[in-house]
Ligand binder design. Structure first.
Ligand code: URA
Length: 192
């Protein structure tokens, strides 16, 4: 695997490790600050992301931006990626084989970034990154230390759009995230 962001992105954009390449418009590699201490991980691109090649640019993405803003962060303060980099047709869940085929890209992004905190957006990301029996309903907002990196999951912004009442829970998670950032991050709130 390449050891620079540029080379990794280049290789990822040519990936044909699973059949999703056949229906994609763009590979959605990831976006944000390559020195970020906080990594957000979603499930996979939807139609807008596939069209633009950028994660979380549709309605769910705008909500994510709003949630970030509430805790004083911008997109460029964090890094945002997905479990799968290509859109599953009809927005279905990624198949386990597709997630496994795509995970090496995320592992390399993780290695380059070395984040202090990983925030999983929704069940697919949480079960892949934290544990296969993870329940977002039960365990959202809790931090898990995995080899020195703190992992947390919150509700997926698309789920918040479907069920606005759960925004309260997600808001609490973001407040907890903000407190954790203040405790463990060095530069997230005061980059010049
Ligand atoms: N949902 C996701 O999980 N990821 C995106 O990039 C967009 C919507």
């Amino acid at each position: 695997m390449p050891d620079t962001w540029e080379a990794l992105e280049h290789d990822c954009k040519n990936c044909r490790e699973c059949s999703l390449w056949e229906t994609r418009t763009n590979v959605v590699f990831g976006v944000g600050n390559q020195n970020a201490e906080v990594l957000f991980i979603g499930e996979g691109p939807g139609a807008n992301e596939d069209a633009q090649g950028v994660p979380f640019v549709g309605r769910a993405g705008h909500l994510l931006d709003d949630m970030l803003e509430i805790i004083g962060l911008k997109r460029d303060d964090v890094y945002i990626a997905n479990i799968v980099k290509c859109r599953p047709p009809q927005n279905r869940d990624p198949l386990p084989t597709e997630s496994e085929a795509c995970m090496p890209w995320l592992r390399e992004q993780f290695k380059l970034l070395q984040p202090k905190i990983v925030v999983c957006l929704g069940r697919i990301a949480a079960q892949q990154m934290i544990g296969k029996d993870f329940s977002v309903t039960r365990d959202h907002g809790k931090f898990f230390d995995k080899q020195g990196t703190l992992f947390m999951a919150t509700l997926h912004p698309a789920a918040l759009l479907r069920n606005p009442k759960s925004k309260i829970s997600a808001f609490e998670d973001f407040v907890a995230l903000r407190e954790k950032i203040e405790q463990v991050c060095d530069h997230t709130y005061n980059r010049s």
